[in-house]
Design a protein around this ligand. Structure first.
Ligand code: CO8
Length: 258
């Protein structure tokens, strides 16, 4: 029996798959579900056999946002005291690659969850949007920030103010989505990409992720200093010795993540 109520998880080779599992409410994110997602991801982040994580949704949606039923009667002070976003923030500290595989709707908190991942694959039927404005609120789990950093102020404001949904094709053209694939191939293609990344030396993958994330917040010069330190640090790894030795011996490297 699964140890989680609202998600299902499994490991396939070196890939961990986390499925949002409240399809009867289009995977609306209630608080317990967010707790479970963060817990599962943190566990996989420390799991020796896992190199990449894939997040997807069961049923016809990825996630239609935060659970409106749960929060409709909340007041500001309750939300402040709950401090639920502290949990979301922990996703930013996950070191391994996280790939969102989005089919159907990714709205509000569901879109924010997908944007918290490093890569995003969408099926042709996927639609993204921030409809919070339509119900008198606004994104609260990083949506205004992450979308703006990805697509710029003017475009972000239009999507956030109108609450309209964007197609997978538009999300691709805006640079939000890595690839758009046929619905029946979504998970297969995502796992294929995850496996390709999983074959790379894990420490390089990890330090590249860190450095690229710094590029969003740091100046070019600060970012380059950070990059350089990570570059030097990799020369303390066995995988650097193995990778370069294998190149010189004209053989395939055997990376161990050490
Ligand atoms: N919360 C709770 N229940 C939901 C949600 C939701 N966000 N979305 C869908 N459901 C439920 C419906 O109530 C319905 O349940 P029931 O069968 O018991 O009536 C079931 O899912 C199926 O939905 P519909 O019958 O409405 O299906 P449709 O295909 O007709 O419509 C829509 C799909 C367009 C997605 C519609 O359900 C809808 O508009 N949903 C709300 C979308 C929305 O406003 N999302 C934003 C929520 S606010 C938010 O995300 C803030 C983020 C803050 C941070 C996150 C913290 C976790």
């Amino acid at each position: 029996m699964s140890k989680y109520a609202h998600i299902q998880t499994y490991i396939e080779g070196s890939i961990a798959v986390i499925e949002l599992n409240r399809p009867h409410v289009l995977n609306a994110l209630n608080r317990q579900m967010v707790t479970e997602i963060v817990k599962a991801m943190e566990e996989y982040d420390r799991h020796d056999d896992v190199r990449v994580m894939v997040l997807t949704g069961k049923g016809r949606a990825f996630a239609a946002g935060a659970d409106i039923d749960e929060m409709a009667d909340d007041d500001s002070i309750t939300l402040e005291m709950l401090n639920q976003f502290a949990e979301w923030d922990r996703l930013a500290w996950i070191k391994k690659p996280m790939i969102a595989a989005v089919h159907g709707l990714a709205l509000g908190g569901g879109f924010e969850l997908a944007l918290s991942c490093d890569l995003l694959l969408a099926s042709e039927t996927a639609e993204f949007g921030f409809p919070e404005v339509n119900i008198g609120v606004m994104p609260g789990a990083g949506g205004t920030q992450r979308l703006t950093k990805l697509i710029g102020k003017t475009k972000a404001l239009e999507w956030l103010w109108t609450g309209e949904r964007m197609s997978a094709k538009t999300a691709y053209e805006l640079g939000i989505v890595n690839r758009v694939v046929a619905p029946e191939l979504l998970l297969e293609e995502t796992i294929k990409l995850a496996k390709k990344i999983a074959q790379q030396p894990p420490l390089s993958v990890r330090f590249i992720k860190e450095a690229v994330h710094k590029a969003v917040d740091y100046s070019l010069y600060e970012g380059m200093q950070f990059e350089r330190k990570n570059f030097y640090l990799l020369f303390s790894s066995e995988d650097q010795k193995e990778g370069m030795q294998a190149f010189m011996e004209k053989r395939k490297p055997n990376f161990k993540g050490k």
